[in-house]
Design a protein around this ligand. Structure first.
Ligand SMILES: Nc1ncnc2c1ncn2[C@@H]1O[C@H](COP(=O)(O)OP(=O)(O)OP(=O)(O)O)[C@@H](O)[C@H]1O
Length: 238
């Protein structure tokens, strides 16, 4: 089932078009990777989906309803959670309270269970539920950030540069959590500049270069033929 569908999306930043009509589909229960070099248009795409950059045309639909042009809180209510680069937790309050704040989007009767289910999904933070989030290690805080993005049970989770600035060991600990999230039926869009983690996790891959899609392929094919991926990163420069 298609969870998020982008069709012919154009994005302007500061009045200049930087994304020139891209198509992208995120399927429920699968991890899709959006890859590309610096400046390819990945973050602009995330910001447009999240409703933060709104000078756009084309269509963005979540479970069939149009969300392009909606304000960020409406996008969030339509079931799209985004985890941006450098996403932070509230360090002075407890881990459980960070999750409880994120769960406020849910009906009152479902909130406590949502907090519990996130603590169960992330065993590494379970034991620290009552501690201030700021006392957790960097990796655990990243896990809490992911848990807060998931606490309101989104249908789509968009993660911008999960591995940026994180130690490889921390990334390795986030990988099984993301797999579990997808197995629960969430459509995950993983945006990465570097490819190894994304290729390991994703089912399908879309590559952007200079605001255009230059390659769409199953991740397995690109694991076997990395030269195709490298060529797609450079495509529009040739
Ligand atoms: N606020 C802005 N105003 C004008 N142009 C911008 C703005 N932000 C980004 N751009 C331009 O938009 C293009 C796409 O940038 P974007 O950040 O989406 O790429 P990216 O693929 O996410 O790269 P990175 O990995 O470096 O974040 C670039 O040419 C960039 O210079």
């Amino acid at each position: 089932m298609t969870a998020l569908e982008i069709r012919d999306l154009h994005i302007r930043r500061g009045g200049i078009e930087v994304v020139h009509g891209i198509d992208l589909t995120v399927t429920a229960g699968e991890i899709t990777a959006l890859l590309g070099a610096n400046g390819a248009g990945k973050s602009s795409t995330v910001l447009a989906v999240a409703g933060i950059v709104r000078d756009t045309s084309g269509s963005i639909t979540a479970d069939g309803s149009g969300i392009r042009g909606l304000a960020p809180n409406k996008v969030r209510r339509a079931g799209i959670a985004t985890m941006q680069e450098g996403h932070r937790v509230f360090s002075d309050i407890s881990v459980a309270d960070n999750l409880a704040i994120a769960a406020l989007l849910l009906p009152r009767a479902e909130r406590a269970e949502a907090v519990e289910s996130m603590l169960d999904l992330f065993p590494e933070i379970h034991g620290f539920a009552d501690r201030p989030a700021g006392s957790l290690s960097g990796g655990q805080q990243q896990m809490l950030a992911l848990a807060t993005a998931l606490a309101a049970r989104p249908r789509v989770l968009v993660i911008d540069e999960m591995s940026l600035g994180l130690a490889p060991l921390v990334v390795a600990r986030l990988v099984p959590a993301l797999r579990a999230v997808a197995e629960q039926g969430v459509g995950v869009l993983l945006i990465e500049q570097f490819t190894s983690v994304a290729l390991e996790l994703a089912t399908s891959v879309t590559v952007l270069a200079q605001g255009l899609v230059t390659l769409r392929a199953p991740a397995k094919e690109l694991r076997d033929h990395p030269e195709r991926l490298a060529a797609a990163y450079r495509l529009t420069e040739q």
